[in-house]
Design a protein. Structure first.
Length: 79
């Protein structure tokens, strides 16, 4: 599963730490077969590039939203 199940379990831990998690992921199943020894991809990675762009767009949205929220009102219980 490329660690996807482990990530899903960690979402429960991160929610207890009051952390916003991202829904979208980038996953490389059987990664050792997808890349050469020097890290170059063996096949087309356009699907992964789309997934990375989606993930980074979501991360940027959350970063901006949380920054604005913290500026308006600090999170309760935080110094």
């Amino acid at each position: 599963s490329g660690g996807l199940r482990a990530v899903e379990q960690l979402r429960l831990v991160f929610s207890e730490l009051r952390t916003a998690t991202l829904r979208d992921t980038v996953s490389f199943h059987n990664a050792q077969a997808l890349f050469t020894a020097d890290g170059s991809p063996k096949e087309d990675m356009s699907g992964a590039e789309v997934a990375v762009a989606t993930l980074l767009d979501e991360l940027l949205w959350w970063a901006r939203a949380l920054r604005a929220a913290r500026e308006r009102e600090p999170y309760p219980g935080q110094p």
